[in-house]
Design a protein around this ligand. Structure first.
Ligand code: THU
Length: 127
């Protein structure tokens, strides 16, 4: 399994998911090859929960990264878990048509382009 998927699986171990028990990890590779990881962080108010993908993107942006190559998303499901709608919007904002690799702990993987999961996005070109 490649390093990005392994990083997503490792990040998943840090998930704070006491309410859903659904642990997710994400790993985002920037243009220099650096990997920024994230996990879901839940909150007792539920609505303030932040997904693993957004944690990874926001960590990367806050470290100054602006160009990205690929993201891996890890969850323990046989039907591989894709990013939610809110994450797709935020990924589009910062990463454009990113390559996404979904992975589970048994090594099953599947690759997508964000454009195919998120057709006709709203973005700054409409403003
Ligand atoms: N979650 C993610 O972190 N990423 C996804 O791609 C799907 C859902 C989290 C949010 C919440 O903590 C839990 O999984 C159940 O929805």
């Amino acid at each position: 399994m490649d390093a990005l998927c392994e990083a997503a699986l490792r990040a998943r171990e840090n998930a704070h998911a006491p309410f859903s028990m659904f642990k997710v990890g994400a790993a985002l590779e920037d243009h220099s090859g650096r990997i920024h990881s994230g996990c879901n962080v839940e909150n007792a108010t539920f609505g303030l929960t932040i997904c693993a993908e957004r944690v990874a993107v926001l960590k990367a942006v806050s470290e100054g990264a602006r160009q990205f190559r690929r993201m891996a998303v890890a969850a323990d499901t046989d039907r591989l878990t894709p990013p939610c709608g809110a994450c797709r919007q935020v990924l589009w904002e910062f990463c454009g048509d990113l390559e996404l690799v979904l992975v589970n702990p048994r090594g099953k993987t599947e690759a997508f382009r964000l454009k195919d999961l998120f057709p006709r996005p709203f973005d700054a070109s409409y403003l």
